[in-house]
Ligand binder design. Sequence first.
Ligand code: NAI
Ligand code: PYR
Ligand code: MG
Length: 555
Amino acid sequence: MVRRQTSAFAELKPSQLEATPGSGASVLHDPALNKSTAFTDEERTALGLDGLLPVSVENIDRQVARVLRHLERKATDLERYIYLIDLNDRNQTLFYKVVMSDPVRFIPILYDPTIAEACTKFDEIFRRTHGMYVSLRHKGRIREVLRNWPVKDVRFICVSTGGRILGLGDIGANGMGIPIGKLQLYTACASVPPQCLLPILIDIGTTNSALRADPFYLGLRQLPPPDAELDEFVDEFVEAVQEVFPDCCIHFEDWKGTDAIRMLARYRDKVLCYNDDIQGTASVTLAGLETALQILNGKISDQRILFLGAGSAGIGIANLLVSAMVKEGLSIAEARKRISLFDIHGLLEPGRRDLSPSQQVYAHPAKPSTDLVEVIEAFRPTALIGVSTSGGAFDQTVVDAMSRLNKRPIIFALSNPTEKAECTAEEAYRWSKGRALYAAGVQFPDVTIDGETFHPGQANNFYIFPAVGLAAYAARPTRINDEVFIVAARALADQVTPAQRALGRLYPSQADIQSVEVSTAVKVAEYMFDSGLATAPRPNDIRSWIEGQLYKPHY
Ligand SMILES: NC(=O)C1=CN([C@@H]2O[C@H](COP(=O)(O)OP(=O)(O)OC[C@H]3O[C@@H](n4cnc5c(N)ncnc54)[C@H](O)[C@@H]3O)[C@@H](O)[C@H]2O)C=CC1
Ligand SMILES: CC(=O)C(=O)O
Ligand SMILES: [Mg+2]
């Protein structure tokens, strides 16, 4: 075996290893160490690799070119996804070099929307295990289980139960694709070092009876436990994380909506954690609204905002918008009156008996209605935000109603993946006669109508969570509060240039995603220092200090 000179194996470079006879193959099979054909002649001799590789010594650019050629020959994005995950298992540096070389091309393959198909077929395309599965069977010994992870300095865990994956509903253990993909974006978009990232699927069973009956399904074949039992289990998980990985931030992702809201309320003041669907989504939505309002010369506190969907994303966005309006001088009560929500059972109003406390505060006196157009006409929203999982719910009557009421209606169709979007970019622009300021959870292509081209935005939390992750990686805050997400939203909106706004673009270019996320992280880290959340010593120059900590995909 190749001798490890330190316990932090994942952080080693090949030059720090000592070879013993016959040991080179283990380096080639370790994705964190493998350089494959890029091992130099000296390294090959030193590591016992002579004869194990073809004679050519290649640089990483030649390796990237070969990967791109392989990818071109794949017929579908799912095949490209499988290939890239496999590449990550062989050579992590090359994987990140490829995906970071062209984020516009690779984000939709590693993440939304391809990841939706990858999750749906997770059990079928399963090859090699990634991250950890903490199941109900581990109750009472979660600490011991977490200690099986080979890296000790874990800084971020992205954890899901699979209870609400994108707009796909409960897909149980198949949801593991999401923690894996989200953490890959920490690195691909914000250069957070990959070795400190740990995806976890908490396997509590699934309500999805088709999956429970599927012979390939890999998770527990049982119904999830009652809330009290789940909470006890998650308490044990969170305590175990504090003990085994004391510097770790827990990123909650894609839990069933009610679980998501309950868990965030339970842990936000006790441990370093955040919920991306609640807080990250709210931040990217606020950023898009702020850009739209710069285009319209408006203020957030003057808007009336209607949501289709009142789950974890809807309530999370509503709450952050209230905070933003309060900053502009409204009282909390005044701000809440500017927001209304409509869910699967219709308008949220005081007569509803099924509302949670977090929904009740938005149940304003109004005529009960299950007709979205009727509610639009009564509430007269300036912005309509879809977080309903209901593809096509913004039909022409809805967009017409918004367009009758507003010179430039703001329409965000945030549900994922593509087929769950409440309306497509093409529909929004065509039905509004090119007047809509539109964004969606996925990136729709530009739309040309009568010779005029429109540029839809992608209001997806990946503009936010990698930046918050990078700021937390560097500044080591004790907590992540809502203000972090307001600061991140403002930093993101500020990076949309006047020229981009003139074209109706609501977000910065994804081609620049790495520098955009670093700039957002700088602002967030500054806030963490200013507010006393940070525990790292404050550097003189926060930007160059953060830039010095970025992961770089080279050998
Ligand atoms: N673009 C982005 O960055 C993000 C998008 N999302 C998307 O938002 C959607 C919702 O996510 P969560 O709020 O976490 O889910 P959730 O399950 O907590 O809430 C869904 C809400 O939609 C409502 N709903 C369902 N069907 C409806 C219908 N036909 N008409 C009206 N309302 C309906 C439900 O009553 C519930 O209030 C998902 O599709 C998810 O992909 C979520 C987070 C981030
Ligand atoms: C983007 C995301 O987090 C979601 O759709 O759940
Ligand atoms: Mg999510």
